[in-house]
Design a protein around this ligand. Structure first.
Ligand SMILES: [Zn+2]
Length: 473
């Protein structure tokens, strides 16, 4: 019996190797964050764990943060030597890129299994945007305006964000366990959790989320799991928004035959820029950040010229419950599925619930912008982000247009058979094979199957084929 042991061990090693290769790495962040919205300060002590095994990496952190120390938690309390990597050319303008040393005598980069970073930052508190502040605001800004702090994760990197140089992957979406304390706040909110009315609270998410935050002194409202933070909306508009979200959720639930779950959040943060008649939105799934005033603000959701687009954006975000939460991207092509099908579904919903006119208006915008997409590969050849030509146009314009053309060719019924087949896998490693396998099992006519794959999956002319099919210019 003894002799079988090495074999079992060998098999176990192979199995663990296979599973570790197969599973997407989901890093975890745990820590304490102390904020003062009146002073513009953030003091953080964070531990990153479940990191990929690599020594080709940088840790990106907002350039306004001062490092107290880096530590290898498993090695002990001694701080690590570290450097700034000035060659990280793809870092955001907002961040600095760090790496820690193996030891004092060896500046080679290594990544501890559990990396602790303690740091502190102080930022301008712009109480009045006309007061002489430089006058700019943007997604990656850590914005204090005396009654709130707003910060995204993707661009501001207010928390340590690992960038794996070999795989070109930035890990801003993390599972988290954070304790946030803010003595001058009344509401604390971390993306992916529900807001808490307290000066200190623990937030835990088992779903990796971008750690975008909005904490301060503002009103909150909630109905059927849809949250509004600092919305500034009239009561009747709030009710309209809840009703709209409810209608859209019910529509998807019925189509997929899977009840919608999730906490959509819409928040409004006043811009610290001047002039104020300006704004922007960004999404940190499942939250819409509206940074604007006047006609671009959440308060104008229904009565501005943007209301068609606003509704379609909501439909896109809701669709992410199916493509994004139930189905999670594994390989790069998984992102084409996640964003492309969310956008496709928002167009499908717009056509069926809002009508043909808004649908065609929105589709025309897609065709116009797609003139700027160049040097990209067909679906079957997407391996890295470079194959998109342009990530935004490929994921949000090209992919949904192709899916709409496929729907027209195979018919709605078969299209839904395919959509449901994909979602039914509940895979956290979606890739081109899953896309193709489910397509093949859903489309029974072999001639049609071959035609679609040839015209849209593998062809360099897929976009022109889609334009011809959809009859748009
Ligand atoms: Zn999306």
């Amino acid at each position: 019996m003894m002799s079988t042991k090495p074999v079992i061990l060998f098999i176990a090693i192979i199995l663990s190797f296979l599973t570790s290769r197969a599973q997407e790495i989901l890093p975890v962040i745990k820590g304490n964050v102390d904020i003062s919205i009146k002073k513009g300060t953030m003091s953080c002590d964070m531990i990153l764990s479940n990191l990929p095994n690599t020594d080709k990496y940088v840790i990106r952190l907002n350039a306004g943060m001062n490092i107290y120390y880096f530590k290898d938690v498993k090695r002990g309390p001694k701080p690590l030597f570290y450097d700034v990597d000035k060659r990280d050319s793809v870092q955001t303008d907002e961040s600095k890129s760090y790496y820690v040393h193996e030891n004092r005598g060896n500046p080679a980069r290594y990544l501890p299994q559990e990396l602790e970073v303690k740091y502190l930052g102080m930022y301008p508190v712009v109480t009045d945007s006309t007061s002489g502040y430089e006058g700019e605001d943007w997604r990656g800004n850590i914005a204090f305006n005396s009654f709130s702090i707003r910060a995204d994760g993707f661009q501001s990197n207010w928390y340590p964000v690992l960038y794996d140089i070999s795989t070109k992957k930035q890990y801003e979406r993390l599972k988290y366990d954070l304790t946030i304390t803010c003595e001058d706040c009344t509401v604390l909110f971390v993306n992916g959790s529900v807001p808490v009315k307290a000066k200190s609270a623990q937030f835990i998410s088992d779903i990796p989320r971008e750690l975008a935050i909005f904490c301060g002194d503002f009103e909150t409202a909630q109905h059927n799991g849809v949250w509004l933070l600092n919305s500034g909306m009239k009561k009747e508009d709030q009710d309209k928004l809840y009703a709209l979200a409810g209608t859209y959720q019910a529509y998807y639930s019925k189509k997929f035959d899977i009840p919608y779950k999730g906490n959509l959040t819409f928040l409004h943060a006043a811009t610290v820029a001047n002039p104020k008649e300006w704004g922007f939105n960004f999404y940190a799934d499942p939250t819409t950040f509206n940074v604007a005033d006047g006609e671009y603000s959440l308060a104008s959701f229904f009565n501005s010229g943007n209301s068609t687009k606003n509704k379609q954006s909501m439909a896109h975000e809701l669709a992410h419950y199916y493509f994004g939460t139930l189905l999670k991207p594994g390989a790069e092509f998984g992102h084409v599925m996640e964003e492309g099908f969310a956008e496709y579904l928002s167009f499908y919903l717009t056509f069926n619930l809002e009508g043909a006119a808004p649908y065609h208006d929105l589709l025309q915008v897609k065709f116009d912008r797609l003139q700027n997409l160049h040097h990209y590969k067909p679906f079957s050849l997407v391996k890295t982000e470079a194959d998109y030509g342009n990530r935004e146009y490929y994921l949000y314009y090209y992919a949904p247009v192709i899916f709409l053309a496929i729907q027209k060719e195979i018919g709605e019924q078969v299209m839904w058979r395919w959509l449901k087949a994909m979602v039914a896998t509940k895979s956290d490693r979606t890739d081109y094979n899953l896309f193709l396998d489910t397509f093949n099992s859903s489309v029974t006519d072999p001639v049609l199957r071959k035609k679609i794959i040839g015209n849209y999956f593998t062809s360099d002319n897929a976009l022109q084929n889609a334009k011809d099919e959809l009859g748009e210019k």
